[in-house]
Design a protein around this ligand. Structure first.
Ligand code: RRO
Length: 306
């Protein structure tokens, strides 16, 4: 049997498959379709200080091998997250990671302070500095090394829990942003958030999504995700969590070979909320068929031609 445990910072995950923020609600919606405890972890939907309705519809459209979204950070706000969601996580036996978003440094800090001030059993935080759909503000951190450094440093001072910075592919040099997160004390980075995309109806000449520009996810972006993980993992020493278009066990292997220590399954959850577990089964099968005794054998083990 392959040892599929993996470490992110101080935290050991029972397996490398997590579900990605924004594709799995707050975790509790899917518990009748899937045994959540079999996942390596759950990353919950982005939370802001105040509740948000999100963008007007249409806000999701299918594309070849993927989908576009412009949800616009619809969420229940931190106070309801604390009172309604955190208590539900106390019975779970898997890592629960809270994703936080904001439009200013103060907002991220405010959310984290409120959560840190109550007793909870969260494993850690994923900081969303990469939302493509809320105007310029949400992206400012993710495209700027200094802002990433400042925000990460501030948040590092507020928590001893796992601190993961989620990166945007919509930048010139994703590895440089990852280096800033590492220098400021992040435990890990996750990559990638969605790729900016657009879809137009040729007959009506209108955008198929209300905001016009939106975020592309699914298998269409897997090569972008794998390349980003590769570039990042060559540049930093903290773990990288790979995200983007994972739908099979072999996709997981690909991300690990590029340098990821774990992965998040996103768009595949829309096909079936238990996608993460079938991907996990396929991953285990692959490891056993290929005589891999420990998952760490795969991490960053990309071979050269010669
Ligand atoms: O809510 C969204 O529109 C959204 C977010 Br916060 C994000 O991080 N990535 C994305 O594709 N959509």
């Amino acid at each position: 049997m392959t040892n599929i445990k993996t470490k992110i910072g101080k935290v050991e995950l029972t397996n490398p498959i997590l579900v990605a923020s924004g594709t799995f609600g707050y975790g509790e919606e899917s518990d009748e379709f899937i045994d959540l405890n079999q996942l390596g972890g759950i990353v919950t939907k982005s939370i802001t200080v105040h509740p948000r309705e999100g963008n007007p519809s249409p806000r999701i459209v299918e594309t070849p091998s993927g989908m576009l979204n412009s949800i616009g950070l619809a969420n229940i706000g931190v106070e309801r997250y604390i009172s309604e969601m955190l208590p539900k996580y106390t019975d779970l036996d898997t890592a629960v990671i809270m994703n936080i978003a904001g439009s200013s440094q103060e907002e991220y800090i405010d959310v984290m302070k409120r959560v840190e001030s109550v007793s909870n059993n969260l494993t850690g935080y994923e900081i969303n500095i990469s939302c493509p759909n809320v105007g310029k503000d949400g992206m400012e951190f993710g495209v700027d090394c200094d802002l990433t450094f400042q925000l990460t440093s501030e948040l590092r001072q507020l928590t001893e829990k796992l601190l993961i910075i989620k990166l945007s592919p919509n930048v010139t040099d994703i590895a440089a942003i990852a280096q800033s997160a590492e220098a400021a004390g992040a435990d890990a980075v996750s990559a990638i958030n969605t790729v900016v995309g657009m879809s137009i109806n040729p007959v009506t000449r209108k955008s198929n999504v209300y905001t016009k520009l939106c975020g592309l996810s699914g298998p269409a972006i897997k090569p972008v995700g794998v390349a980003s993980v590769y570039q990042i993992s060559q540049s930093i020493s903290i773990p990288v969590i790979g995200i983007g278009g994972i739908i099979t066990g072999e996709d997981v292997v690909e991300y690990l070979l590029a340098g990821a220590s774990a992965v998040q399954v996103g768009t595949a959850n829309y096909r079936h909320p238990a996608a993460g577990l079938s991907i996990l089964d396929e991953f285990i099968d692959f490891c056993e068929k290929n005589n891999i005794s420990d998952l760490t054998e795969l991490i960053a083990d990309l071979q050269d031609d010669s």
